[in-house]
Design a protein around this ligand. Structure first.
Ligand SMILES: NC(=O)c1ccc[n+]([C@@H]2O[C@H](COP(=O)([O-])OP(=O)(O)OC[C@H]3O[C@@H](n4cnc5c(N)ncnc54)[C@H](OP(=O)(O)O)[C@@H]3O)[C@@H](O)[C@H]2O)c1
Length: 272
């Protein structure tokens, strides 16, 4: 999902060499090293990850193999070959006990396996000695992948009765806005930067905007996390502060409902 928009928003003066999953399994350290050695890049971006949060609970080994150990080896190769690393992590490194907005200085404490594996990847990059920019986005949505927003669009279009939790808060992130911000941050920032669309929202409020767009409001109702009954723990409030990103970018991130509106228009165009 994100990789598609990273490619689509590439600045004209950047030469980008891409590898699909079929071309390169990031768990293959030898293949990673030869790909990096062949291109001699200034930066190595990694958008690949094990992103299925519920599936990670049942398959800790694969989640860590992709999100932590492969990331560790990639960082070591980059450090050896003198390339800088651009990596994406997640708000799920936090436990959600903070009632405000998380800054990059806040101490991570993941609640689920996905968050633990992503945090292990972050720490491996930091230990490796590579120069890096680590971007933490949250609640991604984009036209070219699976997301909560995409699922809500499908359910609203199909007039499916849907319950959504109202007591989980965060910021959502349109992959086009994240990709543009990423390209702007390259060369301007190092370390950890939080990037998301502006404004905190509940999962229910986000879904309500989507169901209203499709004229399907009566099919949506709120529930609590407890009533929903998922066995995977997720943070109650993992909203990310984008202040540092905005200072570095010299502009504000677009607000979430504007981003959602643009996503819905793009989705309509792609569907035609
Ligand atoms: N989605 C979110 O809400 C969200 C929120 C916060 C942060 N993030 C982070 O943002 C980044 C991009 O997320 P996204 O939603 O764009 O992810 P995505 O759509 O799930 O894309 C990740 C891609 O990586 C591929 N992949 C998995 N294992 C691989 C391997 N061993 N080698 C090569 N490719 C592999 C996946 O293929 P398969 O699908 O075939 O496995 C998938 O195509 C990730 O680092 C993610 O952790 C995402």
């Amino acid at each position: 999902m994100l990789a598609h928009d990273i490619v689509a928003t590439k600045p004209a003066d950047v030469a980008l060499s891409t590898r699909s999953k079929a071309e390169l399994d990031i768990r293959n350290a030898v293949a990673i090293e030869s790909a990096i050695d062949e291109s001699k890049p200034d930066w190595v971006f990694n958008c690949a990850a094990f992103t299925r949060v519920d599936a990670a609970e049942a398959d800790r080994e694969t989640a860590f193999a992709i999100n932590a150990f492969a990331v560790e080896r990639m960082a070591a190769v980059c450090a050896k070959l003198g390339a800088r690393r651009l990596h994406f992590s997640t708000d799920y490194v936090f436990d959600g006990a903070n009632s405000g907005f998380y800054s990059a200085d806040d101490i991570p404490h993941p609640l689920n396996v996905y968050g633990e594996s992503k945090l292990a990847g972050e720490l491996a990059i930091q230990r490796s000695g590579v120069r890096y920019l680590l971007i933490r986005p949250q609640w991604l949505f984009g036209v070219h992948g699976r997301s909560f927003v995409g699922l809500m669009c499908e359910r609203a279009c199909a007039r499916q009765t849907t319950r959504v939790v109202a007591d989980q808060l965060g910021c959502c992130t349109y992959t086009v806005d994240l990709a543009r911000a990423t390209w702007e941050l390259i060369g301007r920032a190092e370390g950890i930067v939080h990037v998301a669309n502006r404004g905190k929202v509940s999962r229910y409020a986000l879904a309500a905007r989507i169901f209203a767009h499709f004229g399907a409001q009566s099919f949506l109702s709120p529930c609590s996390v407890e009533e929903f009954g998922s066995t995977t723990r997720r943070p109650a409030n993992s909203a990310l502060s984008v202040r540092r990103a905005e200072q570095l970018l010299g502009r504000e991130m677009p607000v979430w409902d504007d981003a959602l509106h643009r996503y819905l228009s793009e989705r309509d165009l792609v569907a035609r």
